[in-house]
Ligand binder design. Sequence first.
Ligand SMILES: NC(=O)c1ccc[n+]([C@@H]2O[C@H](COP(=O)([O-])OP(=O)(O)OC[C@H]3O[C@@H](n4cnc5c(N)ncnc54)[C@H](OP(=O)(O)O)[C@@H]3O)[C@@H](O)[C@H]2O)c1
Length: 331
Amino acid sequence: MRAAWYERLGAAAEVITIGEQPTPSAGPGEVRVRLEASGVNPADVKRRSGMGRYTQMDGPLVIPNSDGAGIVDQVGAGVGDYWLGQRVWLYNGQRGGRTHGTAAEYIALDVGLVTPLADDVSFAAGACLGIPCMTAHYGVFSDGPVRGKTVLVTGGAGAVGHYAVQLAAWGGAQVYATVSGAEKAAEAEAAGAETTINYRKQNVGEAVLDLTNGVGVDRIVDVDFGGNLEATLTCLKLNGVVTAYASDGNGVPAIPVGQLMARNATLRPFVLNVLPLAARQAAQRDITRWLAEGERIHRVAESFPLDQTAAAHEAVEALNKLGTVIVEPRL
Ligand SMILES: NC(=O)c1ccc[n+]([C@@H]2O[C@H](COP(=O)([O-])OP(=O)(O)OC[C@H]3O[C@@H](n4cnc5c(N)ncnc54)[C@H](OP(=O)(O)O)[C@@H]3O)[C@@H](O)[C@H]2O)c1
């Protein structure tokens, strides 16, 4: 099969090779997916470049990218034949010690990591769901339903944030989102944010207090825990919950424990790929239900053919993508 891979960490254009690799077969408990789309997420890029905590190769040869979508074309022992021909989306492709991700024509993986994809959702949209939508799901629902609650989504036009706004609105919350400008405000509002706050120009904490009659929000789904901590301390409601999936603005913030205690705050910094299985399964189930119940917005930032996988990684590194960057393994 054709695939993209790297055998050392480094800059995308220097380490990513395109060529032939052995086509995998579905082992016991696995399905093989004939891939139509591969999603590139910031963590895929950080793993390849050796950034932050990703200082080691996951194996001698890594086919990058966690997420994807395609059609099941082979089942392993113990997996029902009804999976054959099923359209699916998948997550954790290149995760958990697995070196073989979705920048390839085929992937074989545990059947629990794939979820049926309805005919009216494109493969490109399916490849957006893994990391961004599942992260958004836990960010919004980790502490139960949000009906009647107020939720602040920081970075409401980001790949994760945009799904978080949609899921929180679907769950019946009143949703506020922070953005950096007018285009992103329109994106967040189209996703269901009632009000957007420009975090570069406004005082987010005060703006949220104004919007909530001084009470603050029940939940904050946060793209930058350290960078936004001051606003969080201002506008998190008593007994509120902060779920944080990134902290790029300040990775080692000083934590004012007393202030958080006085607020009885729950802090949930988390990484999707190692969440408890039950939480990941709940996300798969809810996302299926959410997709079936209405029209959803899947933001594809840009698509690249397989032989431009390095350019796809660079597009994520540029930090100005709007949505998810896709690689099409069959182009
Ligand atoms: N923990 C996990 O499991 C997990 C899962 C998915 C992603 N992540 C991490 O989450 C981060 C975002 O991923 P993504 O794919 O959603 O990226 P993305 O599509 O680039 O979105 C990030 C968004 O956050 C906004 N932003 C940045 N700093 C902000 C701040 N202080 N306040 C409000 N908004 C801010 C950016 O907008 P502007 O640039 O316009 O400000 C951008 O719209 C990455 O670091 C990624 O590695 C972690």
